[in-house]
Structures are given as structure tokens and as C-alpha cells.
Design a protein around this ligand. Structure first.
Ligand code: FE
Length: 283
């Protein structure tokens, strides 16, 4: 008898990450990429930044390199200008995303495009498999209006990447990891369900409000990241009012990870080569 039963994913671990400073004095909350949570394969780093105090962000991220993975910047408020060594430049505005495949190497700056007011958003690092680490750098950039949305009676989804259970295809295609990146808003008491294949790892990040998640109805509070356990379906329900969260998932790569700062490769030798190539001005 064919089974259509779903296996609902629970929450195995919760963390608020730790306060950190990166770039030229930008205050942020590092949630993946810490001593306690070094990665959720294929996700290497997840930072949440949000401040209306320019002293906390004005320094931005002056020129720095990346090799071997993808960086994803998703803005909620304020704007960031990026500029790379290949002449690529643009501004990421509220509701917009930049999915940058650093591949063989890129050197860029990411600076606030404002002198005051609220700057709020996220940066995610998505690993690339060995076969794609030295691919040519590429960008997928979309303004808020270009991101597909799904409006339901009691919930709303902005589909940054991946495909929803209702079939809406996201703006970004992440071929290697088949990543899904949804920005979901639920009305009070509303439920949300999304399939996430068993070979994907994933997490929920609560932007605001509260939700209960999974068979155990684990409570997720604002600014908490909940790691999804095994299963094939994600289920959340808004609790104590409306809520908004990110659902992010990707196919685990199961490859060795050698990382040093802005370089993420498979071996230490490849890290040394990345430093050498960068010092020789190759990117
Ligand atoms: Fe960067």
C-alpha cells in the first residue's frame, strides 16, 4: 500500500547565537558559524544585523575576499551597496536579495547606503560542493518587487529561493544545494506547512512574534534559531499573535570543510592556495 504519510520535523536545538563584531565594527548576532554551532551543512554562517544606531553599522564591510561558497544578503530595512573587483556594483534595498556565488574568488565591499536610520537584514553563507568551488563568480540579484509572493487567507510567503508546497518558484535558483529560503508571515493562530526533503538540513529563524513548531509544539521566541530535525515536512503555527520567520533549508553536502575566515574549501592545501592566489592579486 503506498504511503502518503508525512514525517513532521521537530526542533532539535535552539540558539540565539552570540553578539559579534565584524567588518569595520559592524555589530551583529552570529547564529551559525560560532564555537557552539559551527555549521548546519550546507550552511556555514548566519548573521542577523539590525540597528538604528549608525555607530553600530556605519563602518560596513570594506574590501575583503571570498572563495569556495555563496553569500546571501537579504534586507528587511535600509540598504547596502556592494562593489566587486570585476566592476560589478549595486544596492540591495529592503525586501531585496543578493545571492552571490563567490566560486573561484571575488573581492568586494558591502557598505551601508545610508548615514542614519534602521539597517536590518541577514547574511547567510551557503557552501558549494568540491566540483563547484572554483566555478566562475556569479550573481543572482532581485529587488523586493521581483521576489515571487504567495498570498493566502491567513499567511503570506515571500519566496526568495526554492519552491513552495503550492508550487511557487523562488527568485533564486541554488543548483548545488537546492536551497530553499522563505520569508513567512502568519496571522495569529495561522498554520503553515512546507515540504523539505529528508536529505535537506534546515532551520527556522524567528524574525518577530512566536510560533510553535513540529510534533512536540516546540515554542520558538523572537530572534531564536531552531534547527529542524529529521523528516520531510515543516509545520509551524503562530502563537500569541502574528509572527514572521525565515525557513531556510539546503541539501547537505557531506564533504570535508576546511575554512579560514573568508575562504571555505575542502582541504588545508586549498586554503593555502586561496591565500596565495589572493595575495598575488588573482581576485
Ligand atoms: Fe562579503
Amino acid at each position: 500500500m503506498p504511503s502518503t504519510a508525512t514525517n513532521i520535523r521537530g526542533i532539535t536545538h535552539q540558539t540565539r547565537g552570540q553578539a559579534a563584531s565584524d567588518g569595520d565594527g559592524v555589530s551583529l548576532q552570529r547564529i551559525i558559524g560560532t564555537h557552539d554551532l559551527s555549521m548546519i551543512d550546507p550552511f556555514l554562517l548566519f548573521d542577523a544585523f539590525g540597528s538604528d544606531d549608525p555607530d553600530q553599522y556605519i563602518g560596513g564591510f570594506p574590501t575583503h575576499p571570498h572563495r569556495g561558497f555563496e553569500t546571501v544578503t537579504y534586507m528587511l530595512a535600509g540598504a547596502v551597496r556592494h562593489k566587486d573587483n570585476a566592476g560589478h556594483e549595486g544596492v540591495i534595498t529592503p525586501g531585496g536579495v543578493q545571492w552571490m556565488t563567490a566560486g573561484s574568488g571575488i573581492s568586494h565591499s558591502e557598505m551601508p547606503e545610508q548615514e542614519d536610520g534602521l539597517l536590518r537584514g541577514f547574511q547567510l553563507w551557503v557552501n558549494l560542493p568540491a566540483k563547484d568551488k572554483m566555478t566562475a563568480p556569479a550573481y543572482q540579484e532581485f529587488a523586493a518587487a521581483e521576489i515571487p509572493q504567495e498570498q493566502h487567507d491567513n499567511h503570506h510567503i515571500r519566496v526568495v529561493a526554492g519552491t513552495t508546497s503550492a508550487g511557487t518558484q523562488g527568485a533564486v535558483t541554488a543548483l548545488a544545494t537546492k536551497s530553499i529560503y522563505l520569508d513567512v508571515s502568519l496571522k495569529d493562530g495561522a498554520s503553515f506547512s512546507q515540504s523539505l526533503p529528508p536529505e535537506h538540513n534546515g532551520f527556522i529563524y524567528m524574525i518577530e512574534g512566536e510560533a510553535v513548531c513540529g510534533p512536540d509544539k516546540t515554542v520558538l521566541l523572537p530572534h531564536v534559531l531552531g534547527i529542524l530535525g529529521p523528516g520531510d515536512t515543516v509545520e509551524l503555527q503562530a502563537a500569541n499573535g502574528p509572527c514572521r520567520f525565515l525557513l531556510i533549508g539546503g541539501k547537505a553536502l557531506h564533504e570535508p570543510v576546511a575554512r579560514y575566515g573568508p575562504f571555505v574549501m575542502n582541504t588545508e592545501d586549498e586554503i593555502r592556495q586561496a591565500f596565495k592566489d589572493y595575495q598575488q592579486g588573482k581576485f
